[in-house]
Write a protein that binds this ligand. Structure first.
Ligand code: FES
Length: 73
């Protein structure tokens, strides 16, 4: 999240990270819609949610697919 510049005060960051980790544990390659749905209970007053969703997508891209390939963003 830091490299994607999606945190400012950091108040929401722990909840978003835990939620994203739980999602990626269940679904290593979620769709953007699934990421938005999973994070919908986390409120951020500082940033837009696009960068947060993109950070989760970037983390998912580092998880090897079924063929063992990684597709970094
Ligand atoms: S970064 Fe401040 S509430 Fe999310």
């Amino acid at each position: 999240m830091a490299s994607r510049r999606c945190r400012q005060c950091g108040y929401c960051t722990p909840g978003i990270l835990i939620t994203a980790k739980a999602l990626l544990d269940r679904e290593p390659h979620p769709t953007r819609e699934r990421i938005r749905e999973a994070l919908s209970g986390n409120l951020c007053r500082c940033t837009g949610y696009l960068q947060i969703v993109e950070a989760v997508e970037a983390a998912a891209a580092l998880t090897p697919d079924a063929g063992g390939r990684v597709h970094p963003r």
